[in-house]
Design a protein around this ligand. Sequence first.
Ligand SMILES: *Cc1c(COP(=O)(O)O)cnc(C)c1O
Length: 383
Amino acid sequence: MISNRMKNLHPYVPGEQPKDRQYIKLNANENPYSPSPLVAKAICDAVTSHPEKLGLYPDPDSNALKSAIARMLNETGGVLCRANVGADGKVSPCEKDKIPFEVTKEMIYCGNGSDEVLSFVFYAFFDSDRKLVLPEHTYSFYPVYAGFYQIPLDKIPLKADWTLDTKKMLSDANEFDTSMIFANPNAPTGLALSRDEVRKLIEKAPKKRVFVVDEAYVDFGGESCIPLIKEFDNLVVVRTFSKSLCGAGQRLGYIVSNPKLVDYVTTVKNSLNHFPVDYLAQTAGIAACNDSAYYVDCAKKVVSVRDDFVKFLRDKGWIVIDSSTNFVFVRKDGVPGEETYKAIKREGILVRHFSTAGIEEFLRITIGTKEQMDALKKIMEKI
Ligand SMILES: *Cc1c(COP(=O)(O)O)cnc(C)c1O
């Protein structure tokens, strides 16, 4: 009854969203803070003032949302935790994050979560006639899409210190004349490459192949590669509202790239799903972008709670990889990851454990509120 394609599907398994019990959820890298009050207000206003719009198709290309995203990026420099908020509430980028040109809406493509955006990027730019280069441990949805679109993979093991083996990635990319994708900061390690390190990679990678950097976590401490999109017309930067913009439930993601590549992704969109971003999601996204000061504050809080949590864990003998994200990747000698995950779950807190070979000793713990982390500290102290 089913197609051969269907038989070979291996779907992504997201962090659990339990219904049976009220857990503290630190397993899916969601933001512990609610979206800006302006978001809820915009949705309420839209529903009450313009209910007729729910009966109409939305703008297929999310033009107003793209403009709002471009404005927010120019305002913040694309790294919320380092942006400045003036006494008047005005947001400005810190010196090292300043984007040396104006991001315009033509450089943005917007979709239904960055997962969907990524799937269109895979379709648009990666082929089944050559291996796609990526780290062995990175966002685990990439291999799922590769399976879906039948793109062969060249998985490069991480180095012993968990950083990307950029030398090997580069030499393979050139040998196979192919593209590269990774998350920066990477998942689930939390480690980041600097913008200069990425620049050196792109400089030496095949110019005719698209180079994709997924910046889902960059607002919590990495360096954005958006400033490089004018230097390299083969660079695609993927970003999401789900982590730093407290919007996982809204399903909004986008790319920043040169307008030509944006057009290709738009063509894929118009061949698969003309209206990926619904009217309410567009409304909510625009409202979020108009309150970047609120999200700067949230990102700074997450970073401060994270740094405190890392220090606590290290004091208690846990091995914690340096994190530039809203999660930490941790283990303890002689303590099996899966059992720890279960022990923490019994106490009412969900964290993420991967049974993938090579990282099964680790737990990935999302940074929640100070209160949530205090509750977790009490449990982890005893392990
Ligand atoms: C969470 C995450 C995404 C997916 O984000 P959505 O916009 O919610 O689909 C993409 N890439 C990485 C690396 C992520 O961690």
